[in-house]
Design a protein around this ligand. Structure first.
Ligand SMILES: Cc1cc2nc3c(=O)[nH]c(=O)nc-3n(C[C@H](O)[C@H](O)[C@H](O)COP(=O)(O)OP(=O)(O)OC[C@H]3O[C@@H](n4cnc5c(N)ncnc54)[C@H](O)[C@@H]3O)c2cc1C
Length: 385
């Protein structure tokens, strides 16, 4: 049996972000960390995008940055500069490679290829993990393993952000290189919120069809929508699909928490996927910083989640209710939010960075009766349908 101070389950976004944040703390306090993942060499294709005001974070591994976004709905096309923000895309595999190389230099950190199949809290407050290969013991475990099926029996308000993306190469690009098509709602919006998301990279373009849907759909549907979209833009044979990615991100009012006080869920499993947008990257960075600050301040981590964002959680759950109940109206509401407010304010709000006064201004530009109704429902029946 191997014993560590800390174990991180999962060498993905949140696991490696937390390990990197912990690195100095481990050295300064002579603490040991083990990172466990079934596979350290391959990582499923993922492009992580986010907007930030920080000077070029991950500049060395960013695929590209943009300073404009477009929102399109019906006849409305909004081209918006996003300064002081920059929209950044990084490749998940490069992020992972970089972090693993960086962490390999730290003598307090070790790695184990294994799949955890059981987690048990022991009497003496240690956690015991059973893997397919070995058993491990730690004081605290940070667990990023997550399976969307875990939410299938949840009865509260919930949608899935489901998407399929094609990376295409073509002689002629798909539009303006300087601009991200953040939400192109010019597609059917009947039973689910639906949009195309386009990232024009220098040598290829990522086109995604995304649904905010209450049931997980067949992949074929996404392929048909993407093929129709591309057929509309290109002559037959004028583009090649060079790669693909797909995903399902929870947009849920479920309160992610651990069943064991010494196992702290992190990343998507720890509530970092924003319920109203599915964006996770920024929130996983913040969660890691909060955990390390608590350790440095010698605060107990017992039973904590580190992803709560106070009033923003309430806003997210209210907005999620509207998306859930009125998918047919939601595209217009989101477009209106961008049309009637400075983009900087909207992006700040979506990053949980606005002040209450800024939020009041944003809300006043939206259908007030609808928002009041669902805010009240959320107050009376938190999370419940
Ligand atoms: C295709 C795709 C694109 C996305 N794009 C964006 C984006 O643009 N912007 C954004 O903000 N968010 C995006 N997301 C959402 C989110 O950022 C990612 O899902 C992110 O990877 C979540 O980080 P995580 O650490 O929670 O999980 P992961 O990065 O998936 O890491 C979990 C790790 O745990 C390991 N693991 C699982 N089970 C076990 C087990 N039993 N034992 C040991 N290890 C285990 C896995 O192998 C994996 O390495 C995207 C998601 C997907 C799927």
């Amino acid at each position: 049996m191997h014993k560590y101070d800390y174990i991180i389950i999962g060498a993905g976004l949140s696991g490696l972000t937390l390990a990197a944040e912990l690195a100095d703390y481990l050295l300064d306090n002579n603490k040991t960390l083990l990172i466990i993942d079934p596979d350290f060499t391959h990582f499923t294709n993922r492009t992580w995008s986010f907007w930030t005001q920080d000077p070029a974070p991950y500049a060395d591994i960013s695929l590209q940055t943009w300073d404009h976004i477009r929102i399109a709905h019906g006849r409305q096309e909004l081209w918006k500069p996003i300064a002081p923000f920059t929209y950044v895309s990084i490749d998940g595999s490069s992020f992972r490679r970089q972090k693993l190389e960086e962490l390999a230099k730290n003598p307090q950190i070790s790695y184990q290829q294994d799949t955890i199949v059981n987690r048990m809290q022991q009497q003496d407050k240690l956690v015991s993990l059973k893997g397919e290969q070995h058993t491990y013991i730690a004081e605290y475990v940070f667990d990023s393993s997550f399976d969307i099926q875990q939410l299938k029996d949840y009865e509260g308000v919930q949608l899935y952000q489901q998407f399929v993306g094609y990376f295409i190469r073509s002689k002629r690009g798909l539009g303006n290189q300087k601009m991200v098509d953040m939400m192109d709602f010019r597609t059917e919006q009947k039973e689910a919120i639906a949009f195309f998301y386009v990232l024009p990279f220098k040598d290829q373009t990522l086109v995604e069809y995304t649904l905010f849907t209450d049931t997980i759909r067949e992949r074929r549907l996404f392929e048909e929508k993407l093929e129709a979209y591309l057929a509309n833009k290109f002559d037959p044979g004028a583009y090649t699909i060079v790669d693909q990615e797909e995903g399902i991100i929870p947009m849920s009012s479920y309160r992610f928490r651990s069943k064991h006080s010494h196992i702290i869920p992190i990343g998507t499993a720890g509530g970092c996927s924003k319920a109203s947008s599915g964006y996770t990257f920024t929130f996983a960075q913040r969660q890691a910083k909060r955990i390390v600050r608590s350790l440095q301040a010698k605060k107990s981590l017992k039973g904590k989640v580190f992803s709560g964002s106070g009033r923003f959680d309430f806003y997210d759950r209210t907005i999620l209710r509207i998306f859930y109940k009125h998918p047919e109206r939601s595209a217009a509401i989101l477009t209106q939010l961008f049309a009637l407010n400075p983009t900087e304010q909207v992006l700040k709000f979506l990053n949980n960075e606005t002040s209450i006064w800024e939020e009041i201004k944003l809300f006043s530009s939206l259908p007030i009766p609808l928002f009041s109704k669902y805010a009240l429902l959320e107050l009376l029946k938190p999370g419940r349908k």
